[in-house]
Design a protein around this ligand. Structure first.
Ligand code: NAD
Ligand code: WQD
Length: 322
């Protein structure tokens, strides 16, 4: 039984791949390397291909005797999705159709999908449960909502079996410092904080300090990338056990503010992080955090790492790279 990991050369995919290999599972990566790096594979088998190419997917699945897919491959920048939406419709939405058609042609019937808390948009209620309204606020988020629905329809039309995992704010690096998140191509808070802390950029812009939150800055549910990896392994086991299709949140259930992130980074670095206050970013919700109880009930998964673990691992990794 081989697991095909699409997007395994990227940030979350590479951490998951590493965990699966440490569990002695057979894995093969399908990645175009358009936004990933072969060095993240740590020697795992790579097939360079595009998920849009169903024939390539089919032949890779047959060649490696694949029986499950973990589908990370996508573009993920909300900002870019609003300036270049066609990239997102083609790569994320058409790509997912291409992937599934190739899988089905090779009789591969199980998929674990990287969805996102972005599908909830600005939430009406906290914590966010899986039954909350789907209200995407950018093209990227809409593609994730569409991909969830496409996968679910393939469940009806072709008996595809699936788990959709809605990650909250993925962050951190591996605890042994081997893998981390490339800060060149991200607009996410934690890599930007690391850049500022290590003097690789100007001060961090704290985007809004007038939110209705305890310290005025935005609150998010930061989830360690190694906790996410663990959830994917459990989701594959869940499908292998023949259990029903499932959509679950992956978060800690704990909200953390931008200033708390800066404080934890100050502790890791031994000095304050240069920062300045700036206006809110358009469309940013004040507070987002998960109700993560369903993942515990259905997958036996819960986050084990705190936001301080995220910061300590990220700081150590970025420091080792600079
Ligand atoms: P990433 O950009 O680091 O990795 C994506 C990988 O997919 C890259 O290696 C890239 O080369 C590959 N890829 C992209 N398009 C491809 C295609 N058409 N064919 C083959 N390979 C292709 O992203 P990441 O942070 O590891 O995110 C992985 C998944 O998790 C994405 O689907 C993303 O939307 C989702 N997600 C990420 C976050 C986050 O905070 N990073 C949060 C929620 C959901
Ligand atoms: C976190 C907090 C900002 C940058 C994004 C995507 C979402 C998902 C996760 C993929 C907010 C504040 C940020 C900065 C700041 N990705 N901030 N200064 O916006 O919660 O979610 O990543 O699915 O789709 O939209 O994450 O890391 O950008 O921001 O003060 O320079 O940090 O306002 O409160 P976000 P983020």
């Amino acid at each position: 039984m081989t697991i095909l990991v699409t997007g395994g050369a990227g940030y979350i995919g590479s951490h998951t791949l590493r965990l699966l290999r440490s569990q002695h599972r057979d894995v093969v990566v399908l990645d175009s390397l358009v936004r990933g790096s072969e060095k993240n594979l740590l020697g795992a088998t790579l097939e360079v291909a595009d998920i849009c190419d169903s024939a390539a997917v089919e032949s890779i699945c047959r060649k490696h005797n694949v029986d499950s897919v973990i589908h990370f491959a996508a573009y993920k920048s909300a900002g870019e999705s609003m300036t270049h939406p066609h990239l997102y419709w083609r790569n994320n939405v058409e790509g997912t159709v291409g992937l599934i058609e190739g899988m089905l042609a090779a009789n591969v019937q199980q998929i674990v999908f990287s969805s996102s808390a972005a599908v909830y948009g600005n939430p009406d209620q906290l914590p966010i449960t899986e039954s909350a309204a789907i209200k995407p606020e950018n093209v990227y988020a809409e593609t994730k909502a569409m991909m969830e629905r496409i996968i679910s329809w393939y469940g009806i039309t072709h008996a595809l079996r699936w788990v959709s995992l809605r990650y909250f704010n993925a962050a951190g690096a591996s605890s042994d410092g081997v893998l981390g998140e490339n800060w060149d191509i991200t607009t996410n808070l934690i890599p930007l904080v690391m850049k500022a802390a290590l003097g690789a950029s100007g001060p961090l812009q704290v985007l809004g300090n007038d939110y209705p939150t305890p310290d005025g800055t935005g609150v998010r549910d930061y989830i360690h990338v190694e906790d996410l990896a663990d959830a994917h392994a459990k989701a594959v086991d869940y499908l292998n056990d023949g259990k029903p299709n499932l959509t679950v949140n992956l978060g800690t259930g704990v909200g953390t503010s931008v200033l708390q992130i800066l404080e934890a980074t100050k502790n890791a670095a031994g000095k304050p992080v240069p920062h300045e206050f700036a206006p809110r970013r358009l469309g940013d919700p004040a507070i987002v955090y998960a109700d993560a109880t369903l993942a515990q009930e259905k997958l036996g998964w819960a986050a084990t790492r705190s936001y301080e673990d995220i910061i300590n691992s990220a700081f150590a990794w970025h420091q080792s790279q600079s």
